[in-house]
Ligand binder design. Structure first.
Ligand code: NAD
Length: 434
């Protein structure tokens, strides 16, 4: 199949490369000329494990190419995916659909013959209807079927998530799209990934329901962690105790500094807004959003308390800045709120992250970025693990103690055991292990 992927960011580039790897002929489009030029030189503009070799291999085989010329990619395509950003709209929290509609207009002017237009971006329920209306208004002669096919991949594990999904959801109103979408995903379908066909609105809502549920699950265990600290219980054992129940499941039950990233924060807010507009408020999700927002700064208060209630003039070192390991994505990372709150309290911040520092530099001020964990620890009165990158799991505590002004480790991801850290003479604080 000939596929055009509009938007070559985290989702578009991974999806495009994986679809090319299935044997389809894929052209990835982006309006960011710098990104396309970099891809043309073989440079991947984001950090995603395995993506560089997957892209290189499919470019070499002639299945994958890059362009800024949307019309040239869309004209011959059988299927056009829209994978542009849908950030929070400034002011009201609704999803900003301007990139989606702009792409729809450009696609409308370029389609040639029957074309399936697939919204892969996360979009509020009813957006497919509007995309269809925009296309027909721009080009009444366009012969298109507009489909919803939300993406469930996780950054950091994006390729295996795309290639081995738990399910593929396809929402359509025009039956002509069904065999086309089945063909697009045939290699996965053969591998038993359930291909779930639904109505378009159901598919759009399914994506938000999934993200909202996961955000709520994380927030649930985070609140449980706070209670554990007060009553002397261990949240990790509670999580294991409930997670072994198949009705609950063990995933997304790791207490931490609150969820972040490019999806959960904006998608929970957008879903709550949609629900409000339809007079079917989602109180659980509204509360999840509020609890999570509060939690990020609460983590800074926890660090301040561990430092004796005062950080003015003190140096705090942060290990990990991205919202989770194995990505360079800094969008809505809890580290940003923690840094701000610590700086507000007068702390000096040193920080190290294996992949996120370039992006973090544009989002923070007065942070000393360091070349590694031990450099970050120099002169610090507290070392805080914010993101659980693998390389922070076996720190040399003697070396850290030599570098730090005071041996204090605040482990916001519970990657260490209290006794092993304390035996090196460190004070140790974690999450929900009372
Ligand atoms: P991103 O910001 O990394 O990429 C979007 C890209 O689209 C940018 O490179 C931008 O230049 C390009 N673009 C915008 N308008 C364009 C146009 N008219 N023509 C060509 N290119 C255009 O965003 P992302 O993280 O890949 O997210 C894309 C969508 O997928 C969002 O709706 C998001 O909610 C959803 N999603 C993201 C993830 C994730 O983990 N990042 C997971 C599932 C779903």
């Amino acid at each position: 199949m000939r596929i055009a992927m509009i938007g070559s960011g985290y989702v578009g580039l991974v999806s495009g490369a994986c679809l090319a790897d299935f044997g389809h002929q894929v052209v990835c489009v982006d309006k960011d000329a710098g990104k396309i030029a970099a891809l043309g030189r073989g440079t991947i503009p984001i950090f995603e494990p395995g993506l560089d070799s997957l892209v290189a291999e499919n470019v070499r085989r002639g299945n994958l190419s890059f362009t800024t010329d949307l019309a040239a990619a869309v004209g011959p395509a059988d299927v056009v995916f829209i994978a542009v950003g849908t950030p929070s709209r400034r002011g009201d929290g609704h999803a900003d659909l301007s990139y989606v509609y702009a792409a729809a207009r450009e696609i409308a002017a370029a389609v040639d013959g029957f074309t399936v237009v697939v919204t892969k971006s996360t979009v509020p329920v009813g957006t497919g209807d509007e995309v269809e209306r925009v296309i027909r208004e721009t080009n009444p002669a366009a012969d298109v079927a507009v489909v919803s096919n939300p993406e469930f991949l996780r950054e950091g594990a994006a390729i295996s998530d795309f290639k081995r999904p738990d399910r593929i959801v396809v929402g359509l109103e025009d039956e002509r799209a069904r065999p086309v979408m089945t063909e697009v995903y045939r290699p996965l379908y053969l591998n038993q990934a359930p291909l779930l066909f639904t109505g378009r609105r159901t598919s759009e809502l399914t994506k938000y329901a999934a993200n909202a549920f996961l955000a709520m699950k994380i927030t649930f265990i985070n609140e449980m962690a706070d209670l554990c600290e007060k009553v002397g219980a261990d949240v990790q054992e509670v999580a294991r105790g409930i997670g072994l129940d198949n009705r609950i499941g063990s995933k997304f039950l790791h207490a931490g500094p609150g969820y972040g990233g490019s999806c959960f924060p904006k998608d929970t807010i957008a879903l709550a807004k949609t629900a409000e507009d339809y007079s079917a408020p989602l109180r659980l999700i509204e509360t999840t959003v509020a609890v999570n927002d509060h939690r990020k700064r609460a983590m800074a208060r926890k660090i301040i308390a561990a430092c004796g209630g005062e950080v003015r003039g003190k140096t705090v070192a942060l290990l990990g800045l991205t919202f989770k390991p194995n990505t360079d994505d800094m969008r809505e990372a809890p580290s940003l709120s923690i840094i701000q709150a610590l700086q507000d309290a007068g702390a000096r911040i040193r920080a190290y992250d294996p992949e996120g520092m370039d992006a973090a530099k544009g989002l923070t001020e007065n942070v000393t970025f360091c070349g590694g964990p031990y450099e970050a620890a120099e002169g610090a009165e507290a070392l805080v693990i914010v993101t659980e990158w693998e390389l922070f799991r076996a720190l040399d505590f003697e070396r850290l103690k030599g570098a730090m002004k005071a041996p204090l480790l605040v482990d916001l991801r519970n990657i260490y055991r209290r006794d092993e850290v304390r035996q090196h003479g460190f004070d140790y604080l974690s999450i929900g292990r009372g």
